[in-house]
Design a protein around this ligand. Structure first.
Ligand SMILES: Nc1ncnc2c1ncn2[C@@H]1O[C@H](COP(=O)(O)OP(=O)(O)OP(=O)(O)O)[C@@H](O)[C@H]1O
Ligand SMILES: [Mg+2]
Length: 421
């Protein structure tokens, strides 16, 4: 790594030049002399060839003759500035044509020199053009870095604000939403009555109700997810039987999977799966991961739910043989509202909420995915969540678990292993 960085730096500080002139003698003499000054020089005999070469390798200072057959220097310069805006160009003009040089500067040339060229002068100009390019690259990198940092800061603030806001909004929305749901149900019941069978424009009313119900369902899912996320004030810790929760969650996602041929495989033999945590929130995590797994499978496939003990932790995993997650989406999937699904299928809050819950329960979530092969989400949870205020002397189960953990720790210490995370 270090070596690469050093090599890179060296490559960047080497002055690289493209000499463009139709006079072969001039080119080869100048190239030799510049080469002796440790410059890396390539040559082109025309404007057209210069553009072709820049296409492959634009990071060169171009020394460009103005008077050339075919595409002249000024026209070539215009193309260079249009296509490779960062490339610096030094024009070589004929003795009596300073106006070409001025026109070139107006079109973005770094500078111009009149022929016959004084070699030291050319050398100096090339170095200046090279330094200018490096400075500008540095500036660009800095700006990009700053923009990225600012974006990250905005995202962090947005996330914090979202957490606070969502509690209020979700609670506020829930009541009117329940009323809307009830009213639309009532309207549907009225519409289905015998006396309404011949009502004018009945179909239009039904269509309207369909849309209202779809909208209500979408809002309900969002508030449900947000409330799940912000439940921290009323976390309810208790003995949590993971195997039972897994079965319950599987039942709940069965509806999503009904039109697909999905085989659900359980790999839970190696764990008793009883922990001290918040079952409501863990169920939500399971439902989110399982729903995503179902959505990822197009026609038929397998979803494997794994559960195993790892000293003071349990490891829950959901593996699907679905479409996988493209590399470019990997960094975005935990962001709120990032979704690749149609709006009636996804809000983009599932994983954001899931990670929030897992972290609050003292755990961690990770994933491994291959496009076209499938995805595994892995959740590591502590068997006893110490973030819980009730997890004290009065909680028998928790004490039992703590005792077991202590014993395991002692065993591990005796064998030289550590279970601390
Ligand atoms: N198992 C998976 N396989 C493939 N892609 C996945 C999987 N899980 C998540 N994703 C990708 O991550 C995105 C975000 O997932 P997330 O659960 O946060 O939102 P969602 O499923 O789109 O909507 P919802 O909020 O209803 O869960 C998904 O839209 C999908 O592109
Ligand atoms: Mg989801």
């Amino acid at each position: 790594m270090m070596k690469n960085a050093a090599q890179n730096k060296e490559a960047k500080s080497t002055v690289r030049v493209l000499l463009v002139d139709d006079e072969a003698d001039f080119r080869s003499t100048a190239a030799k002399r510049l080469g002796r000054r440790q410059m890396d020089v390539t040559q082109a005999e025309s404007g057209e060839q210069c553009l072709e070469m820049l296409e492959k390798d634009p990071d060169r200072v171009v020394v460009l003759d103005v008077k050339m057959p075919g595409m002249g220097g000024i026209e070539t310069l215009a193309h260079i500035k249009h296509r490779f805006s960062g490339t610096e160009v030094i024009l070589l003009t004929g003795h009596a044509s300073a106006e070409d040089g001025v026109a070139g500067i107006k079109k973005g040339a770094f500078d111009y020199l009149t022929k016959p060229i004084e070699f030291d002068h050319l050398l100096e100009k090339i170095r200046q053009a090279h330094d200018k390019r490096r400075r500008e690259e540095e500036k660009k990198r800095e700006q990009e870095f700053r923009a990225k940092m600012e974006q990250q800061m905005i995202a962090t603030e947005r996330l914090a604000a979202l957490g606070t806001l969502s509690t209020g909004v979700a609670h506020e929305i829930n009541n009117p939403l329940a009323m809307m749901r009830e009213s639309s149900g009532y309207m549907r019941a009225v519409l289905n009555k015998e006396e309404m069978s011949a009502a004018p424009r009945r179909k239009d009313l039904e269509r309207g109700l369909d849309m209202i119900e779809k909208g209500i369902e979408r809002i309900r899912r969002i508030t449900h997810l947000l409330l799940g996320f912000v439940r921290k004030q009323d976390q309810a810790f208790s003995e949590t039987r993971l195997k039972e929760l897994i079965e319950e969650s599987l039942e709940l996602v069965a509806r999503e999977a009904k039109d697909k041929e999905i085989q659900f495989v359980r790999q839970m033999e190696d764990a008793d799966g009883i922990i001290w945590s918040d079952p409501y929130q863990i169920r939500q995590v399971l439902i989110n991961l399982l729903t995503n797994a179902v959505h990822a499978i197009a026609g038929e496939g397998t979803i494997t739910i794994g559960l195993r003990d790892e000293n003071a932790h349990v490891v829950l995993s959901v593996t699907d043989t679905g479409e996988g997650i493209p590399r470019e989406n990997m960094s975005k999937i935990f962001e709120p509202f990032f979704s690749t699904k149609p709006t009636d299928k996804g809000t983009g809050l599932g994983l954001y909420v899931t990670r929030g819950i897992v972290n609050r329960l003292g755990g961690e979530i990770s994933l491994d995915s291959r496009v076209g092969r499938g995805t595994t989400f892995c959740v590591v949870l502590p068997k006893c969540c110490r973030a819980d205020a009730e997890c004290d002397e009065n909680a028998d189960i928790c004490n039992d678990i703590l005792k077991k953990i202590k014993e395991m720790k002692n065993d591990d210490q005796n064998t030289g292993e550590s279970v601390d995370r």
